[in-house]
Design a protein around this ligand. Structure first.
Ligand code: PGA
Ligand code: ZN
Length: 398
């Protein structure tokens, strides 16, 4: 496949912030597009994000040599981009520009080969996978932290859906539960309207950080849905502390006290399976202690690991995580995201492919999840622009 031209467009994400869309035009004049999402609660080790103006300069750099190349695989496209950039932070081309080109070019390649993008990625990086499985769906019902204007310190309260039969049925039930949750909250807190956070979750004030879990658990119980729905959290703890100490509900916590607090959460909520970024992104010791305290639960890295193969390798080796978030724009190319997934698989670390809080209508993350037979996908509340990812799940898994 030859890339004849690359175009760039400024578009807006779901928060109304500018982001970029890349259009790759192949040798036959066909156009392939990819839009790049953006995070708000970002890890400091994530690669750089260029403004539209800087992105134009970066695309000019790629244009200088791209026309002379013939690409036969996803890895070749990404090796070409990495060859131009050559910095771990993606300072020359920008992680968002590289990812846009990486995905749009992979789409061009797949089209030329009459294949699906996920099939190409599977063949190049995960050819050992034999069993197809539908990932768990981690759906964000209540938003707090940096994604909302309420009093919750924890960022995300996730309903985790297990698909036993059909994806459409599971998504339908998840939507019903989401609506029932809204109705319950309106009654309980005597509200006519409930504020909605960045990822579509309810974002009102609660008496404390545990209350949303307890409400969701009760609703799942009442509706006899325990076989299908369980619960997860994303603390995004870098927002309320670090290895030096944490502040939750206006009270100070040491790392050890925070481990105790989470242990209590797991004790009180029998449906709670997972917690992401339970400690600050440099507080590896906190993760290690929590893993020991709740060995059968998922202790998930996101800001801690930033889709970086080396970080995943190190943190898995230290016993800090047994599950990891994969966000392609934390690292910048499909090839490197797949490298991160391979590192996780080598260590038996569960893989959760995730959207960002500022999203677009691009559903590449679902294709990536399918390619690597991910354990889970984290895609927000089943509402508004987030439904694009749910619908892509329905398409790819039915
Ligand atoms: P972000 O948050 O996309 O705003 O970084 C999502 C998350 O922390 O998982
Ligand atoms: Zn997170």
């Amino acid at each position: 496949m030859k890339i004849h031209e690359i175009e760039l467009r400024k578009i807006f994400d779901s928060r109304g912030e500018p982001t970029i869309e890349v259009i790759v035009i192949d040798g036959e004049g066909r156009r392939f597009t990819a839009a790049v999402p953006s995070g708000k609660s970002k890890g400091t080790r994530e690669v750089s994000t260029f403004s539209f103006e800087d992105a134009r300069v970066a695309v000019d750099k790629i244009r200088e040599t791209v026309a002379a190349k013939v690409f036969e695989g996803v890895g070749e496209i990404d090796a070409f981009l990495l060859g131009i950039d050559g910095t771990p932070e993606k300072k020359i081309l920008g992680g968002n520009v590289m990812l846009g080109v990486s995905i749009a070019a992979a789409r061009a390649l797949a089209h030329g080969m009459k294949r699906e993008v996920w099939e190409l990625i599977r063949e190049e990086y995960f050819s050992d996978i034999v069993e197809e499985r539908v990932p768990l769906i981690l759906s964000n019902f209540v938003n707090g932290g940096g994604h909302a204007n309420n009093n919750l310190d924890l960022q995300e309260y996730l309903v985790i859906a297990r698909t036993n039969g059909s994806v459409i049925k599971t998504v339908g039930k998840l939507i019903d539960l989401y609506r029932a949750t809204g109705e319950f909250l309106k009654k309980q807190y005597k509200l006519n309207n409930i504020p909605i956070g960045d990822e579509g979750g309810y974002s009102l004030d609660f008496p404390d950080n545990f209350e949303p879990l307890s409400i969701l658990e009760a609703l799942i119980d009442e509706n006899d849905l325990e076989n299908e729905f369980i619960l997860g959290l994303d603390a995004a703890a870098s927002h309320f502390g670090s290895e030096k100490g944490y502040v939750l509900e206006k009270k100070k916590y040491t790392r050890e006290k925070l481990v105790e607090k989470y242990k209590e959460y797991f004790k009180k909520s029998k449906l709670l399976l997972s917690i992401e970024d339970a400690f600050g992104e440099n507080d590896t010791e906190g993760f290690i202690q929590l893993r020991k305290a709740v060995p059968e639960k998922w202790v998930v890295g996101d800001d801690l690991t930033t889709t970086n193969a080396k970080e995943i390798e190190n943190h898995a080796g230290e016993g800090a995580i047994n599950a990891v978030i994969i966000k392609p724009n934390q690292i910048g190319t499909i090839a490197e995201a797949c490298g991160a997934i391979q590192a996780a698989r080598r260590h038996g670390v569960k893989i959760i492919v995730s959207h960002r809080s500022g999203e677009t209508e691009d559903a590449f993350v679902i294709e990536l999840a399918k390619a690597c037979a991910a354990d889970g996908v984290k895609i927000g509340a089943p509402v508004k622009e987030r439904l694009i990812k749910f619908n892509e799940l329905i398409r790819l898994y039915s």
